[in-house]
Design a protein around this ligand. Structure first.
Ligand code: PLP
Length: 396
C-alpha cells in the first residue's frame, strides 16, 4: 500500500466542522504518525515474538524503535519501558503490581484526592483487599501541601501515587520535590504523567520517580497503546503482573504486542520531543488569548486551579449560575467538556473541583478547554465570539 496521506491537519480546517477543544480526553492521530503506522497493518504484519523469520524480526525491530523513542521522551533507557494497552492498564500494573509485590513490607499507600479514576479505582480495589489508602486533600489552587505529604509517609508506607499534571485543571504538581521525600525510605513513587507528557520536560535521570505512566492517544498517537516506565536500579523494583501468558514485556505484560499502535506511539513520542519547545509557546499564547478574550467579551468567571503551574493548553473556568451542560447544548459546534471524559455519563460534578473546595454553584458550571497541536488562532476567535453570543455580556 502506498503512503499517500496528505499532511493536512485533521482539525478546524473548515468552518462547518465542529471545533475540537477537548484534547485532555483524547487527541487526533497526527498524520505523520498515521503514515508510519499503516504498513504495519498490511505487509508488515509479523508478530514481534516470531524470531525465526523476517516478518517477526521486522516487527521486533519496529518495536525496538518505538521503545527507544518512548524512552527518549522521558530520558529513560529502553529497558525501562513496558508497553501496555494504555494508561489505565499501566496505572493498574504500577499500583496493584507494586502493592502485591511489597505487601510483606507494609500495606499503606498515599495518593491525592484529585487523581484520575484509573488511579483512584485500583486503589479502592486494593483497599478492599486490606491495603490502607491515605487520600491527601489539595488546596484551593489544586496543590498538595509538602508538609502534609511528608507527614503522611510512615514506616509501613510502600507506595505513593501523585499525578504529574491534572487532566481537569492542568495543574502541575511539584513531582520532583515530592518524589525526593520518598527516596531512601524504600517507598515507590508512581506518577500518572499522561497529561504532562506532551508539555513537561521529564528527565528520569534527574528524578526520584520510580514508576511513570503515559499513553499514546493523549500525545497525537493512536488509542490502545501506553507505557509504564519502571526505574532500573538497585534494589530491583519488583511488580506482580496483571496478565500471565507468553511472557512478553519481561513477563510483566503477556500478550502479542500491538505493533501498529506501538509504532504510532513511538513516532508520537518523537514528534512531541522535537516540537515541544515551540508548541509550549504557541499553544500557551492561544490559551492566554482565549482567556483574555473571554474576560473582555463575556461576563466574568473564575479560573479553577493555579495559573502559575499549569499545562499551557489548559483553561478551566466556571461561570457562576451557568450549568456547563446547558452551555454545551447551546454550543454544539464546539467540542468541550466539563472535566473527565470518563465521568461525563454520570451527572456528578467533578471530584477534582470538589477537592479544591470550589463551591457547588461553580462546580456545575466548569468548562474545560483543552487546546492542541492543530488548534489555529481562528478557532479561538470563533470560540470567544460564540461564547459571547450565548452568555450575557460582562457587567450584565
Ligand atoms: C486519559 C487519562 C488516563 C487513561 O488513559 P488511557 O490510555 O485511555 O487508559 C489516565 N490518566 C489520565 C490523567 C488521563 O488523562
Amino acid at each position: 500500500m502506498r503512503s499517500n496521506h496528505r499532511l493536512t491537519p485533521p482539525l478546524g480546517t473548515t468552518s462547518d466542522r465542529p471545533i475540537y477543544l477537548d484534547h485532555h480526553a483524547t487527541t487526533p492521530v497526527d498524520p505523520r504518525v498515521l503514515r508510519k503506522m499503516l504498513p504495519y497493518f498490511s505487509e508488515k504484519f509479523g508478530n514481534a515474538s516470531s524470531g525465526s523469520h523476517s516478518f517477526g524480526r521486522d516487527a521486533l525491530k519496529a518495536v525496538q524503535i518505538a521503545r527507544t523513542e518512548a524512552a527518549k521522551l522521558i530520558h529513560a533507557s529502553s529497558e525501562e519501558i513496558i508497553f501496555t494497552s494504555g494508561a489505565t492498564e499501566a496505572n493498574n500494573l504500577a499500583l496493584k503490581g507494586a502493592a502485591h509485590a511489597l505487601k510483606g513490607k507494609g500495606r499503606h499507600i498515599v495518593t491525592l484526592a484529585t487523581e484520575h479514576k484509573s488511579v483512584l479505582d485500583p486503589l479502592k480495589r486494593l483497599e478492599m483487599d486490606g491495603f490502607e489508602i491515605t487520600r491527601l486533600p489539595v488546596d484551593g489552587e489544586g496543590f498538595v501541601s509538602m508538609e502534609m505529604f511528608e507527614k503522611s509517609l510512615r514506616s509501613d508506607t510502600i507506595l505513593v501515587s501523585v499525578m504529574w499534571a491534572n487532566n481537569e485543571t492542568g495543574v502541575i504538581q511539584p513531582i520532583q520535590k515530592l518524589a525526593r521525600l520518598t527516596q531512601n525510605k524504600s517507598i515507590l513513587f508512581h506518577t500518572d504523567a499522561v497529561q504532562g507528557a506532551a508539555y513537561c520536560v521529564m528527565d528520569m535521570r534527574k528524578t526520584a520517580v520510580d514508576l511513570l505512566t503515559f499513553t499514546a492517544h493523549k500525545i497525537y498517537g493512536p488509542k490502545g497503546a501506553g507505557a509504564l516506565y519502571i526505574r532500573k536500579r538497585e534494589p530491583n523494583i519488583r511488580l506482580l503482573p496483571l496478565l500471565d501468558g507468553g511472557g512478553q514485556e519481561k513477563g510483566l505484560r503477556s500478550g502479542t504486542l500491538n505493533i501498529p499502535a506501538l509504532v504510532g506511539f513511538g513516532e508520537a513520542c518523537r514528534l512531541c520531543r522535537t516540537t515541544r519547545k515551540n508548541e509550549i509557546k504557541r499553544v500557551g499564547r492561544l490559551r492566554d488569548c482565549l482567556k483574555n478574550g473571554l474576560a473582555q467579551k463575556v461576563r466574568s468567571f473564575r479560573v479553577n486551579g493555579s495559573e502559575k503551574a499549569r499545562l499551557p493548553n489548559n483553561l478551566n473556568i466556571s461561570f457562576k449560575g451557568v450549568r456547563s451542560a446547558d452551555l454545551f447544548d447551546r454550543l454544539p459546534d464546539i467540542a468541550l467538556s466539563s472535566g473527565s471524559a470518563c465521568l461525563s455519563t454520570s451527572p456528578e460534578p467533578s471530584h477534582v473541583l470538589k477537592a479544591m473546595g470550589v463551591e457547588e454553584g461553580f462546580r456545575w458550571g466548569a468548562v474545560r478547554f483543552g487546546l492542541g497541536r492543530f488548534t489555529p488562532q481562528k478557532d479561538i476567535d470563533r470560540v470567544i465570539a460564540r461564547f459571547a453570543s450565548v452568555l450575557p455580556r460582562k457587567g450584565k
